[in-house]
Structures are given as structure tokens and as C-alpha cells.
Design a protein. Structure first.
Length: 307
């Protein structure tokens, strides 16, 4: 048997046949597919939100039609036509934040809890590649999924509204003019990727680090240390710099990405400022903190055993 097995490589070499080298990006690609395959909630939750929004929107349209509360053409208050679409986008954004939170906390802790880490570590994929794939899911892929479901839902809402208006003998031209989906989609895509992806990246990095370290209750280990730091600072120095740092990170929502601040990101008249956003020190400090967290998470995953 040994003679035969040793002769096999020589036979391949003599015929000029060599194993095909694996691309450097192929393990990363399959890690991304694995995450999407294992976490079906990344698709199921937006789909459920889409059904909820469309059902509520249709009931509202029919109720207005039956009670004859809607005038034939709403030209003096165009904002009323856009409000349901803005509400739908905001609901999808909120869902994305919840999905990102629970996904990060379970991404590395779950595979140790169900002991599947023993199988995944047996594959020729480095810990850093695995951690980077999980970070890419929450920072890039999840905003793209949210954008796709949001646009599809808003387009379905527009079709439903058009159908109800046609059945009521109302004009559809006003609706399609005052609800410009394309102009709303561009700022929405930019906002989801820039703010919900890269601006909130340090929070996702911290959650992934906690997921790789905690043996149980990762949510508590992710929140208690932050509260403890703020409490100790308040007692020792009578300041709230740490709490202000976290609060500003959440409340500003990457205001350098949009101008003027405070307007809805899907407003068609919102001006995008990508250069100001990319030159913001807060963005790069946050990405640096995320990189440190991911390196530590990959290191912890290498030595952590099943729980």
C-alpha cells in the first residue's frame, strides 16, 4: 500500500499533472456562503418585515378608500405621500440593527456552544479569514440585503397605491411624480453602507470580540463592561467622557456622510458628502478599533475550546 501511494505522486509528476492551486479568495468566498447558509434569519427577518409593511399599507389604503378620506390629488402636501415609504425604510433599518446585534453576539459563540467549531477548525481555513467573513456579513452584506428588501417593498407599495388609485378613478401621475423611488434609492444605499455599515463598524467589532471570548451570556459581557467603565469614570473623575463618546457615535449616525444633518437619509433632496465622510477622523479611528477587535477575536478563536 505504501509503495503504491508513494508511486502515485511520481506518476502524476511524470505525466505533467499537478494539483490545481486554490485561489486566495476562495476560502473567504465559501466562508461568506457558509454564513448566509447557517443564518437564514438574515433573509427571513426582512421578509417578515416586508410582509408586515405591505399588509399594513394595503389595509390603510383600503380603509382610506372606503371612508373617502383621501382627495383625488394630493398636491399641496407631497410629504404625506412619502411618509409611508420613509416609515418602511426606517423599519428595515431598525431590523438591520437588531439582526447585526444578535448575529455578532452569536457568530463566534454559537459555533463553540454547538461544538461545530471542531468541524470548522478541521478545514484549511484560517481563524482570521473566518472572523473577517463574519465581519463582512454584518458590515457589507447585511446592508445590501436590507437595501434590496427595502427597495422591493417600496416598489410594491407604489404599485399597490397605484392600483387603488386607478380603481378609485384617481390620477396616478401625481403619485409617481411625488414619490421618486430612484432618487430615494441612491441616498438610501449610501446611508446603509456608510452609516449602518462602516460608521457602526467598531460596535460590531466589539460584539464579535465578546462573542469569541465569552463562555456564556455574551450580551451581558458586551454591555456590562461598558456600563462599568462609565460608572467608574463618573465616580472617580466626575466626568462622562466615555458615555459621551458612545452616545455621540450612536446619535450622530455618521452626520459627516449626509448634509444637511438631521434630515431623513432617504429624502431625495439630501446631499451626499462622501469625501467629508471619508476624511472624518471618527470613521478611521472606529475602523482601527474594529481591526484590533477582529485580530483579537481571531486569536481567541484559535485557542478557545467548545463550551
Amino acid at each position: 500500500m505504501n509503495t503504491q501511494s508513494n508511486a502515485m505522486p511520481d506518476a502524476f509528476d511524470s505525466q505533467g499533472i499537478s494539483p490545481t492551486p486554490m485561489s486566495a479568495t476562495r476560502p473567504f468566498y465559501w466562508c461568506l456562503r457558509r454564513e448566509l447558509w447557517e443564518h437564514r434569519s438574515l433573509f427571513i427577518a426582512p421578509l417578515a418585515v416586508s410582509g408586515f409593511v405591505l399588509l399594513g399599507f394595503l389595509i390603510g389604503l383600503l380603509a382610506h378608500r372606503m371612508s373617502a378620506l383621501v382627495p383625488p390629488d394630493i398636491t399641496d402636501k407631497p410629504g404625506e405621500l412619502v411618509q409611508p415609504y420613509e416609515f418602511a425604510a426606517g423599519l428595515f433599518m431598525f431590523t438591520q440593527m437588531l439582526l447585526g446585534l444578535f448575529y455578532c453576539l452569536d457568530a463566534l459563540h454559537g459555533e463553540r456552544r454547538d461544538r461545530s467549531i471542531l468541524f470548522w477548525k478541521s478545514l484549511p481555513v484560517s481563524d482570521l479569514t473566518t472572523v473577517l467573513s463574519k465581519a463582512t456579513i454584518v458590515i457589507v452584506v447585511l446592508p445590501l440585503i436590507t437595501f434590496a428588501f427595502t427597495v422591493a417593498t417600496q416598489f410594491a407599495m407604489l404599485l399597490l397605491n397605484s392600483g387603488v388609485r386607478l380603481a378609485s378613478g384617481q390620477s396616478v401621475a401625481v403619485l409617481w411624480t411625488q414619490v421618486p423611488l430612484f432618487q430615494m434609492c441612491v441616498p438610501l444605499f449610501y446611508h446603509l453602507l456608510a452609516v449602518h455599515g462602516f460608521w457602526y463598524a467598531p460596535f460590531f467589532g466589539w460584539l464579535l470580540l465578546v462573542s469569541a471570548w465569552a463562555r456564556r451570556a455574551p450580551f451581558l459581557w458586551a454591555t456590562v463592561p461598558l456600563l462599568a467603565i462609565g460608572l467608574v469614570e463618573r465616580i472617580a473623575f466626575h466626568t462622562l467622557h466615555f458615555c459621551s463618546l458612545l452616545g455621540n457615535r450612536l446619535s450622530t449616525s455618521g452626520q459627516d456622510a449626509m448634509a444637511p444633518p438631521g434630515r431623513m437619509p432617504i429624502d431625495p433632496m439630501t446631499h451626499l458628502t462622501p469625501l467629508r465622510f471619508l476624511s472624518s477622523p471618527g470613521l478611521w479611528f472606529g475602523l482601527l478599533f474594529m481591526a484590533v477587535c477582529l485580530l483579537l477575536a481571531a486569536r481567541l478563536r484559535h485557542y478557545r475550546e467548545p463550551v
